[in-house]
Structures are given as C-alpha cells and as structure tokens.
Design a protein around this ligand. Structure first.
Ligand SMILES: Cc1cc2nc3c(=O)[nH]c(=O)nc-3n(C[C@H](O)[C@H](O)[C@H](O)COP(=O)(O)O)c2cc1C
Length: 356
C-alpha cells in the first residue's frame, strides 16, 4: 500500500491545505461582455472545493483591457463589478475548507488583435509561434517588439489585477509564467531575441518576470500567497524545449527561489517524463535548486500517478481529470481504476455545456 502523503495536510504560511490535490487553472471562455464568468463556471469551482479538492485555481484572468487577451470571452478582475462577482465564489470555496488562488496572465504573442481594443499584439520580439492558433487554424499575428513603455504598462496590469484579487478575498495570487504566454516568452531565448536589458543573458530574460513580481508583491498582503507557474512547453510550441538545458531551467528556478514567492508551480505535459536528457523529471530537477513548495501538474489521473507525482512535489494539480470528473478526489481516495482523459474530451470546457 502506498503511503498517504497525498491525503496529508500541508501548511504554507497561514494557509492549511487539507490534502495535496488541487484543481489546475483552466480557461473557460465564458465571460462575454463584462468579463465575468457564467454562473455554472463559477459553481463548478465551488463544487470542486466541496468535493474535497484542497486548492482551487481560477481560470487564467487577463491582466488588462488593451493587449492581454488571447481567447474570446475571458475574465478580468479590474472593476468593482468583477470583484463583486468573484467575492462570494471565493468565500464559498473557503467555506468548503479549500484555498482559493487567482491565476493571471498576459497572452503576449498568443493574443488576438481582433479581440483586444489596442488592436495590436505585443511580445519581447517580433517572432511568432511554431504552431498556428488552435482556435482559428491560422498563424498568429507577428507581434510588435515591446517598448519600455509597453513593459511598464503591462506590468501595471498585473499589479492592478492582483489588487482586484486581494479585494475579492483570494488566498493567493499566481503569476502565470508558463505555456508560451508573455512572461514565459521573455524567459525563453526561443522567443526572446532582444538585445537590451530584457534579453540575452539568463538574468536579462528573467528581468520582465522580476518586474512583475516586484510590482505585484507590495499589493499582496503578507498573509496571502504569491505563486509563480512555469513550464518548458508552450501551447503553440508543444514540441519545443523552451529552455535549452537543465542548467538554464535550474537558473530560472534559482531566480524564482531568490524572490518572495510562496510556491513554484511546474507545469509539464507529463510529470513522469525525464527532462533535458537527464534521468530526472521536472519536479526533481526543480527540487535540486529550491526548497520552496513545488506544485506539479501534467498527466496525473489516478491514485498511482498522483502518489508517484507527489513524491517529488508538495501538491499535485489535475486539469482534465478534475474538469470532467467531479468525484475525482473520492475516486482517487478509493483507488478506483481511472482512465487518462484526452484534450479532445476537455474541449467541452470551451462550450456552454455546464460541467458536472
Ligand atoms: C480546458 C483547459 C484549459 C486550461 N487553461 C489553463 C489556464 O488558464 N492556465 C494554465 O496555466 N493552464 C491551463 N491549462 C493547462 C492545465 O492547467 C494543465 O496544466 C494541463 O491540463 C495538464 O494537466 P492534466 O494532464 O491534468 O490535464 C488548461 C487545460 C485545459 C484542459
């Protein structure tokens, strides 16, 4: 029998996680007009909390009204109405004994000019992704290289959105630095070709993330959590290693480690995959250079994979399994045989069909 680390509690600062299972951030494109998610989408999050998930993430919330949005009908947390809509949801998650974390992002070169009032796409450098936009089947627009003005402006959007989350009562804020979106695009030499202070060396490529952390930290009260999500893969660069080597990955983790973050969330395609030609997985390589709590995600779908993944991390996150199965935590607890869910099945997330 496996040990039960998975169902043991975890304390990070003053926040108690009742077990090691969280629902990963999942975009739902359900917020037309006022950038407030549909009621069934909000209810879905509360139901996951009631069904024993220790940590509930919001979908990725876009950080401004100009250039951040990459999918139709995304959510924001910048106005009083948006804050008022989230507040009871956060409270219901907390009342169910779970920790509520808001994830925020700017889509960078994966934004659409058509749905952003600024009518432009901005990124560290004018290079597009390898794959086409999965929603249109067409190439993404070549982005404008961000000016210093753009950088400062976008950083403020992260701070303003964090303020909204604090006001709505969230226990934590996550800076989305993964999946090829703006922050990740700065971190990776594959998409960052700049030769100013924001490109070139590892330190320079980290600078934009650092600016965001420095701007966000002061608006997050001491008792709330600040988390950073990072990955070596991008949504439209699925086969590209965004970091060149284990050394480069670990250098970025060291930079994160040196900042006032409460956890590092590592997103993978499959948690068990050996990374960068080593015999270690991403969580293990991350653990080598940080003592901070690590959240791991990717391909965790049953008791075996959850137990195995949590060995090298502090929390496991599930996307597709928890999206489609409201009883996933109970099923895991009962060691029920479970199938790995597919991306195609998960596409229901982007429809108007309410999820159980
Ligand atoms: C419908 C859907 C929406 C997603 N939206 C986000 C998102 O908003 N932010 C994010 O960081 N990851 C997002 N992801 C990725 C998941 O958080 C997770 O990393 C991924 O699904 C792999 O985990 P899994 O194998 O348990 O599904 C999304 C995944 C799915 C299936």
């Amino acid at each position: 029998m496996t040990d039960d680390k998975l169902f043991s509690s975890l304390k990070i600062k003053n926040h108690l996680f009742k077990n090691r299972i969280g629902v990963a951030p999942m975009t739902r494109v359900s917020s037309p007009g006022d950038s407030i998610p549909r009621k069934d989408v909000l209810d879905f999050l509360v139901r996951r909390a009631k069904n024993d998930v220790a940590l509930v993430y919001t979908e990725a919330i876009v950080t401004d009204y100009e250039s951040a949005q990459g999918y139709p009908n995304q959510s924001r947390l910048l106005t009083q109405r948006q804050i008022d809509a989230w507040r009871p949801v956060v409270k219901a998650i907390q009342d169910a004994g779970s920790v509520a974390v808001m994830q925020m992002f700017h889509c960078g070169r994966m934004a659409w000019p058509e749905i952003n009032p600024a009518g432009r796409v901005i990124a560290p450098s004018p290079v597009t992704t390898k794959q086409d936009n999965p929603l249109t089947g067409k190439p993404y627009t070549v982005p404008d290289e961000m000016s210093r003005f753009d950088i400062d402006h976008v950083v403020r959007g992260f701070a303003e959105t964090a303020k909204g989350a604090v006001e709505a009562g969230f226990d934590g804020i996550e800076i989305h630095g993964a999946h090829g979106y703006l922050i990740n695009a700065f971190l990776s030499g594959y998409s960052n070709k700049r030769n100013d202070a924001y490109g070139g060396s590892d330190e320079n490529r980290f600078r934009f993330a650092e600016d965001v952390i420095r701007a966000v930290k002061p608006v997050v009260p001491k008792d709330r959590l600040l988390i950073f999500r990072i990955s070596n893969w991008g949504v439209a660069d699925a086969s590209v290693s965004l970091f060149e080597s284990k050394q480069q990955w670990q250098q970025m983790i060291r930079f994160l480690d040196a900042h006032p973050l409460d956890a590092i969330s590592v997103s993978t395609m499959n948690y068990a995959d050996k990374a960068f030609g080593t015999d270690k997985n991403m969580a293990q390589l991350t653990r080598e250079v940080t003592e901070k709590p690590i959240f791991i995600c990717g391909g965790i779908y049953d008791r075996n994979t959850a137990d195995d993944a949590v060995k090298d991390a502090d929390m496991v996150l599930s996307g597709k399994s928890l999206l489609l199965n409201p009883d996933w935590v109970a099923d895991i607890r009962a060691n029920k045989p479970l199938e790995q869910r597919t991306g195609k099945e998960a596409d229901v997330a982007y429809t108007e069909t309410p999820l159980p």
